[in-house]
Design a protein around this ligand. Structure first.
Ligand code: ZN
Length: 262
């Protein structure tokens, strides 16, 4: 006897999450009468964080709906920009370059290169952060409350994807790329003793991280960093001043005076 099944149609932008054999058409799934539509779709490989809407036979349903034999389930991706309570993030261990770029734009980004998956989820829940990752297994963890799959192999592409997904407010140069602390202007005489002679001679405007003490000035990499900000914030009306009034020149270069900035 043929088993009863239902048909799942996953929208094209989400199909890369399916096993290869399912990516080119509808998927037939056995009906057991108890599984929710969310469970059925998650078990195909699509994390709930990526799903915007379910339809059964053309009608929108909640994630707990239980579809039956011969039903047709449509799965639509989460809309962009996606609303989140607060633009706070925690990134998984493989996204260090993205973490620095996001912090350059002033986003609140927790990152450690040795965090376990369970720690990331616990931190996300405790601090109400959105987990960003390219690990689907991490996004399928039951305890996870907010997360997103990050598209792109290069950090610049990943940044574009994150900005397109959440459209968070940006305050470039207001945050320390190294530790996520706030950066504020500092008088040259306060940090002079930390600087190498060449830096002391060449620059007059400095900023310091309130958390880790790193000192920043506009240096050799400023143009590249400006390019990251400009690429991430096309068009704009964007303010490039930090909320505390620090000008971008004050914090442009995450160069640390040799060994002694703390
Ligand atoms: Zn810092």
């Amino acid at each position: 006897m043929q088993r009863s099944t239902l048909r799942v149609r996953v929208a094209e932008p989400l199909r890369f999450l399916l096993p290869v054999r399912h990516r080119h058409g509808d998927v037939r799934v056995p009906v057991d009468g108890v599984s929710t539509v969310r469970h059925l779709v998650e078990s195909l490989g699509v994390p709930r964080t990526e799903i915007g809407e379910f339809l059964v036979n053309g009608r929108p349903v909640g994630p707990e709906a239980r579809p039956g034999t011969d039903d047709v389930v449509d799965v639509r991706p989460v809309g962009r920009p996606q609303r989140i309570a607060e633009p706070r993030f925690v990134l998984d261990v493989h996204l260090g370059a993205l973490a620095r770029r996001m912090r350059l734009l002033g986003l609140d980004v927790a990152y450690r290169n040795d965090a376990e998956d369970a720690e990331l989820v616990a931190q996300a829940v405790a601090e109400r952060r959105v987990v960003l990752t390219q690990d689907r297994g991490l996004l399928r963890r039951r305890a996870l409350t907010a997360g997103a799959y990050v598209h792109g192999a290069r950090a610049d592409d990943q940044l574009r994807d994150v900005l397109s997904r959440f459209d968070p407010p940006l305050t470039p140069w207001s945050r320390c790329p190294a530790c996520n602390g706030g950066v504020e202007p500092v008088a040259k005489q306060e940090v002079e003793h930390l600087l190498e002679p060449g830096t002391r001679r060449s620059y007059s405007t400095f900023a310091r991280c309130r958390t880790c003490g790193r000192v920043y000035w506009r240096g050799a990499h400023a143009d590249r960093l400006e390019a990251v900000v400009a690429a991430a914030t096309p068009g704009a009306g964007l303010t490039t001043s930090a909320p505390n009034g620090a000008a971008r020149d004050a914090t442009a270069c995450p160069h640390r005076p040799t060994g002694t900035a703390r």
